[in-house]
Design a protein around this ligand. Sequence first.
Ligand code: ARG
Length: 276
Amino acid sequence: MTMRRSIFLKNMALGLGASLMLAACGGGDSAPSATGEGGEAPDAAAAVLRVATEPAFPPFEFQAEDGELQGFDIDLMNAIGEEAGVEIQFESLPFDGIIPALQAGTVDAAISGMTITEERLQTVDFSRPYIKAGLAIAVKADNTDITSLEDLAGKKIAVQIGTTGADQAAEVDGAVISTFDSAPLALQELANGNVDAVINDAPVTLDAIASGNIEGLKVVGELVTEEFYGIALPKGSENVDLINDALMALMENGTYAEIYQKWFGTEPTELPESAF
Ligand code: ARG
C-alpha cells in the first residue's frame, strides 16, 4: 500500500494524467511505471493540463471580483481543453516566472498574452499563433511631444517586467526605464505623472483606456510592432500537437470566432500558420 501510494504521489507530482492515477489506485496487477509506458494508459500524459497565466492583462486574462479567471485566453484555453478532452487547471504566476516554470516542468503550458519570439523559442515551444497583437506607446492625454518611438529617447518609460514591451524600451536611447509586475501598474504610474510613456501590448492598453480602468491616457502613433501570441509549452512537450490540433478544430468549427467576437466585438483577423 505504501508502495502504491508513493507511485501515486510520484505520478501526481509528474503531472501524469487522471487515467494513470486511476490505474495507480485501481489495485490491478500492472502497476504503471512513472513514465507512463507499459501501463493501461500510455497516452495519459495530458489528462490534466496545468496552465500558467499572469492574470492582470485584460481582456486576455484577468480576475473577476470573486477571483474567477476571465478573458479571451481563458475562454480559448478552456475550449481547447474541451476539444482535446483534457482538464485545464489554471495557475497564476508572475509573468517573468512563467518560462522558468515551463522549463522546470511545474506547469505544462502557459497562455498569457505571450508573444512568440525567437528568443523565447530557444527555451520553450509555442503553439501556432492564436491572435495578432503588437506594442503601442501610451502617453498622458495632453502630451504633444511624444508621437513615435524616436521621441522616447531620453524619456522615462514604464513597462511590465519580462515583456516584449520591456525589450523594446531597453533599445530606446538614453531612456530611464522603470519595471512593474503588471501592465496596469505601469499604466497607473503614467497616469500618476511619474513617467512619460508606457510601452505595452496595444489591445491591453486600449482596453484599459476604453474601460475607464485608467484615466487620462492616450495611445500615440502607429503600432510599434506586430506580434503573434502563442501558447507556450516546455521544449519538446508532447502536448504541442494536442493543442495545435484542438486550436485548428476551434478555428474551423466557429468556436474560435465566437470567443473572438465575445471579447473584441469583431470578426477574427487571418493568422499565419507560424510566427516566423
Ligand atoms: N505580449 C507581451 C509579451 O509576451 C506581454 C505579455 C504580458 N502578459 C501578461 N499576462 N501580463 O511579452
